[in-house]
Design a protein around this ligand. Sequence first.
Ligand code: OOG
Ligand code: NI
Length: 267
Amino acid sequence: MQVEQFFASLWQAYTDVTPQAHSIQTLFKEQGETVINDHVAFRTFANSPIALDKLEPIFEQLGYEVYGQFRFEAKHLKARCYKHTSDADAPKIFLSELLVDELPEDCQAIIAKLIAQIPEDVVAGPEIFWKKRLWDMPTLEDYLTLVEHSEYAAWLSTMGMQANHFTVSINHLANFSTIEAVNQMLQDNGYTLNQTGGLVKGSPELFLQQSSTMADKVDVTFAGGEARTIPSCFYEFALRHKQADGTLFDSFIEGNADKIFDSTNTK
Ligand code: OOG
Ligand code: NI
């Protein structure tokens, strides 16, 4: 599969549940901007048929290679980032996985019920990333138990394998030179931004500044029949800065990422 085709299918599945991404992209285009993606991100369960090490070969087949790894102790996550080996314009990929065995026993039992429904050989090709949920909806009670201990687990249990965000590259915008100007434009247009640690995550000194919307909301029906409105996916904005050697920083920062994860929080 071509890289462009991969991202087009991802964008389709993502904007299905994230209409704000489509409308924000339109806002930029109306201002004469070309919107280039810095990266997309996926979430998954460790020790499962969709664990990080099972998904990585799919990225490699698309021409990607790993170039960084991260650990989020408090959120019980690890992550890796990937960049394309020959196409410098292809978006980077950030893949994290939940270290399920670090969660309390009741959460482990809930997640085990979901993982048990995933066929062992489910990761056959890139389509895995727009199949969304590979298991039945959890019960509302199980969902709320997950929310208490891991917002990430709760989100993944309902939304599954799909890009949880696309990221606008501010570097490629013609009329916005600061992330503050982007945030202001979004707020002026009524979008709610992630406030964890302030609107801007990172700094020029760290060579990476990021901000994000709070996730859109979707109506779902839990396994017991209860209807609720829950977070779907969000849109991110990234401005990369030049390092001492003159090259743009192209990786990720744990302290920033830790806050971006909160964009899908229920509270
Ligand atoms: C990923 C959060 C981290 C970044 O750019 O640092 C991130 C997620 O929410 O799954 O996107
Ligand atoms: Ni991101």
